[in-house]
Write a protein that binds this ligand. Sequence first.
Ligand code: CA
Length: 428
Amino acid sequence: MTNFIQIPFRQKSWFGIPRDSDFSLQNLPFGIFRTAALPEARVGLALGDSVIDAAVLFDAGLLAGVSGLRRDHLVTDSLNTLLAAGPSVWRVLRGRVAELFTAGNDTLVRQADLHSRVLVQAGLAQLLLPTKVSNYVDFYSSREHASNVGAMFRDPQNPLLPNWLHIPIGYNGRSSSIVPSGTSFRRPCGQLKADADPAPVFAPTKQLDFELEMAFITGRRTQLGETIPVTNTDDYIFGMTLLNDWSARDIQRWEYVPLGPFLGKTFATSISPWVVTLDALQPFRVGGPEQTVPVLPYLQSAGPQAYDIHLEVWLKSEKMTSPQKICRTNYSHMYWNMAQQLAHMASNGTNIEIGDVYGSGTISGPTPDSFGSMLELCWKGTKPIALPDGTTRTFIQDGDTVIMKGWCEKDGIRVGFGEVSTEVKPAG
Ligand code: CA
């Protein structure tokens, strides 16, 4: 059993946290940030509208009880070094930070100068990629999404391929183009060929799409040849982020046979900058959908393995003053769970690295407003979305900003992911 450190719901903070904040005392997600005044990248934990500078706490001697913690675990441009120190370091560090901010603890309240240096206004912090990503894998684990795509492009009566109910299908993506929220990209060019065209052309994609996904990030490595039992995956998963798996549908359609997604996916993948720990997500653990076909023993996970994470996608054109919600769904709809995905990933002995990103696959729910891509929401371009600026969309246009949000909520306690927001620029 993984020794999660949970911050009890009854525990309150002396620090003013807005009621609707994603970053409650019970959350305390990890990220990497810098500011104009502090140009050296460092580890932060989000709390309300602020970022806690862990290195300042360390320098003040307030993390002395965290055995094994070093300053270079905290003043660094990725969480990898802290994670490599082990869960007995990062878990205890997060627990100690919670203690310092719990009502009744006046350590920081008494020291106004220290207090002001520990807490950085979120608006002043530039949030960077949280980990150095060696490997990026994208799964395809929503039955509704796979069925929608299968129905559109193959057979509506028989939309799932024969392997889908037996294997958590996935492919190896490109880790170098994973970017944090706020990083815009240019509309990619590629080979396009409509069915009626005699030959392909090289041009900007006409079918740029988002894919609403969550990612889990690994916090522990394996050696080549080692596997991970499906019952032990919690020991390897550090936490989760939102992920937008940008996709150029026309490039993808022409290139994907027979080897699968390639340049239609690798131009950009956006993630939210705060990693919400598996510890913080434990109160929101729920059962997932029933798996209708028995799975092989190495994929037989036990107990509830899904998480009740509310998800939304918002779209804002250049002319709109505020974004419009275009999708609302929940992570708990996923057919294959993280334990099965990671056990499957490691089942052939490939080595898992610290900081790897594993995308869930597009998260679509059962209703048309819960589909996690424009392809599905607009059903292959046949059902355009009307925007308040008088325009319509079937895919994403230049100047559009796509915003994804996610959060858990129970008994008045909110544990959220913030957002991943990305603007699309015209092709170069
Ligand atoms: Ca995907």
